[in-house]
Design a protein around this ligand. Structure first.
Ligand code: PEP
Length: 251
């Protein structure tokens, strides 16, 4: 584990009605309170419908709450969208931006993601900027170029380690049960770190999360890779026991 405090973040995606979501939030919040001294920061990103309620449930615990996306603007005629200040207003502290499912399903470019990152910062929130190569890009040997290219555009020049977290998520490993090998993760995280250090004064302080089928059985190994400063977890974040085991892998 690095000298940076790890962050274990759960992306609930489009899952959980109110009863299940609140039970999940309560379970995590109760465990966090009982544990007291935690070895990592904890973040959950519920669907927008649950952010306010989840923030209420977790308020007195170490569990932070984030949005899964935001609009680039602060308000206006954008039916169905949510602005970063609205997320802040209901208790969010973080926003996931540029998740590969947003890039694929909504055609979000790295340019738009930079604007969303800036909107997140302007609202006083922390952006978790997601990057990662497709299987085809990896097969072509383009992984490092793709990932560093996405970061170069998606992360604005004024970003700091305080307001920005990078999440490396190989697209082929998300929700597939396949995980990048320790060597693959180490190579990409080292390249991301080198790029951040070259570009930002505090580049060595940015947290770089790994995401892609992280589960209790592989979390400790992945979290022990140099420059892996936590995990972004999808499926396994929907079960209190599994997510908690991943959190405890940081100890
Ligand atoms: C994700 O949604 O960011 C993710 C990594 O999902 P999973 O853990 O299910 O692969």
């Amino acid at each position: 584990m690095s000298q940076r405090r790890p962050l274990i973040a759960g992306n609930w995606k489009m899952n959980c009605l109110r009863t299940d979501g609140l039970a999940l939030a309560r379970g995590l919040s109760d465990r966090a309170k009982a544990k007291g001294d935690l070895a990592c920061d904890i973040l959950v990103c519920p669907p927008a419908t649950l952010i306010s309620d989840v923030a209420g449930v977790t308020a007195k615990s170490a569990v932070k709450v984030g949005g899964q996306d935001c609009h680039v603007a602060v308000s206006g005629a954008h039916t169905g969208d949510i602005a970063a200040p609205m997320l802040a207003d209901i208790g969010a502290t973080h926003v996931l931006v540029g998740h590969s499912e947003r890039r694929a399903d909504h055609g979000e470019s790295s340019t738009v993601i930079r604007q969303k990152t800036m909107a997140t910062h302007d609202a006083g929130l922390i952006a978790v900027v997601c990057v990662g190569e497709t299987e085809q890009e990896r097969d072509l040997g383009a992984t490092l170029a793709v990932v560093n290219g996405q970061i170069a555009v998606s992360v604005p020049d004024e970003a700091t380690a305080e307001n920005t977290v990078i999440a490396y998520e190989p697209v082929w490993a998300i929700g597939t049960g396949r995980t990048a090998s320790v060597d693959e993760v180490a190579e990409v995280h080292a390249a991301i770190r080198a790029g951040l250090t070259a570009r930002f004064d505090d580049g060595d302080k940015f947290r770089i999360l790994y995401g892609g089928s992280v589960k209790p059985s592989n979390a400790a190994e992945l979290l022990s890779v140099p420059d892996v400063d936590g995990a972004l977890v999808g499926g396994a974040s929907l079960k209190v026991d599994d997510f908690w085991k991943i959190i405890e892998s940081c100890a």
